[in-house]
Write a protein that binds this ligand. Sequence first.
Ligand code: FES
Ligand code: FES
Length: 154
Amino acid sequence: MTRRRLSVDGQPVEVDAALGESLLSVLRSAGRTAPKLACGRGECGACTVQIDGRPVMSCAILAATVTGDVVTAESVARTSPDLGEAFADNIAFQCGFCTPGQIVRADALLRDNPCPSRAEVAQGMIGNVCRCTGYVQIVDAVCDVARQREAAPQ
Ligand code: FES
Ligand code: FES
């Protein structure tokens, strides 16, 4: 075992980053269970977290190589509660398994592009698979948040 200290959701987290162990695996072993294991090979987005603000598939990253700040959906739920509210309002989930990853990606998307077109939202969310919703409601939710933030007094 290789002891590593990662920054996860603003807190130092000691992990055993064994050679070859993924970031997703060490996060979940450390009790950070918002990122989900689905495909396990970087294809579905259920495990999405941010590293230094960029969305990444944590199942496809070696934990031993991570040096930046890791943010999971647990942190995004605190810093951007409007995203979760919009997903609920738009019924943008059913089983909910993909939702933490969707919200982490949407958070990064809206930081990079606060006023995206609907097509830009659809394109930006394309790496995150959902077997339940058909995606329309997910795009609706992200567009709603963009509109609400734009309309909010500064
Ligand atoms: S579980 Fe990581 S991309 Fe599917
Ligand atoms: S809500 Fe079930 S996979 Fe997306």
